[in-house]
Design a protein around this ligand. Sequence first.
Ligand code: F6P
Length: 454
Amino acid sequence: MTDRIVVVANRLPLRRTEDGWETSPGGLVSAVVPFLQERGGSWVGWTGVPDDAPAPFVHDGIEQRPVRLSQSEIDDFYLGFSNATIWPLYHDAIRSPEFHRHWWHPYVAVNRRFAEQAADALQPGDLAWIHDYQLQLVPAMLRQMRPDVRIGFFLHIPFPPVEILARLPWRREILEGLMGADVVAFQTRLGRHNFGRAVRRFLGGEGTTRWLRAGERSVRLISAPISIDWEGYASLSASPSVGARVAALRQELGVDRKVVLGVDRLDYTKGIDVRLRAYDTLLRRYRERAEDVLFLQVAVPSREEVGDYSAMRDEVEGLVGRINGAHGELHHVPVHYRYGSLEPEELVAYYRMADVMCVTPLRDGMNLVAKEFVASRPSDNGVLVLSEFAGAAQELRQALLVNPYDVDGVAEVLWRALHLPPAEERSRMRAMRRQVQRHDVFRWARACIEAIQQ
Ligand code: F6P
């Protein structure tokens, strides 16, 4: 008997480079890898490249088990069912989800392939930890193949209310898939409650908001908000090289100008358009002088092949152009826009340099950018403007909370953020820093693993 952990996630913790592999960026990898290294374990996932499935190999003490996806499966399973059906549906259907049987069947087939690879990796006594919306059928499939192991599932994105889930022609299959786990974990209480209601409604299940029974299955529900590596961000931010970069950036952008920062994957859920409109309103109606403030938006390319994503890129870039055209002068640009990703050191320098961080998703499972900003502050200053529809708002209550559906309201709060009395700014930031420091990603991973083991 062992107590190894087998993680099953759409992507491996490694990605291909020209001459080998590198660690994928992201919180999940940095959180989970140390546990797998300590206890032994495997990671089942896709390399990100079509038809790429080398034999299992060990990297950094962890067995990597690549799952092959053909180009047509990338189109139908990943871009289609995962990201054009489930993703918009689970984010309050803010874009119309598409429902196609020719996407559903590949979703089932690919989920089965992940389950088979996991079943093969699991030794007696190991536990399986399955992640996210791309793999919702894996828990039940894996249970059939390996009834002897404990299975946990963590949903990184929101779980929608029943009225929205009801549209999904395969809602029963998805719920039965998830009910194959021993523990189903959500970012927030709301997700857990929505799931409970859905199982009662569509599977005739019964139970409480913490335990559900449906048919043969009895499943524990938990909420476990994911977090970040606090120490990692705090120490990188305190490094001399980041300090020097912050000073240089400040010189470049103007020492006396306040900086409002946005950092997101370019996704229509993130409300990048909302905050740009709010910024435009701020300059027009609140008489905030464009010379005194600048908006810096980093948009990280994502899922560009999906139509709603490229449409959002066009919209965001159109707005940037219009705002700069309306409020810019030769000597200053109101919105600095960067389409691309940043190296960790540069990102943390941006977080440190910003006066106001603007996080305005229309719906978001958690939003780790908000937590990264808080952890990267060199002291208790800086203001976080945060959407009440981000999971992070449940914990970061001292942020200035906004309703992203109310652009004028966001503009008002932006103005308030830029003029917040220093004592209030410090007390809010101090409380948020304490919260994130105490609830870091390692605590999250421990809590999930312990719940699965019980
Ligand atoms: O937020 C959900 C999520 O799947 C993350 O886990 C992931 O880092 C991000 O979206 C990017 O997703 P993709 O794998 O589609 O590039």
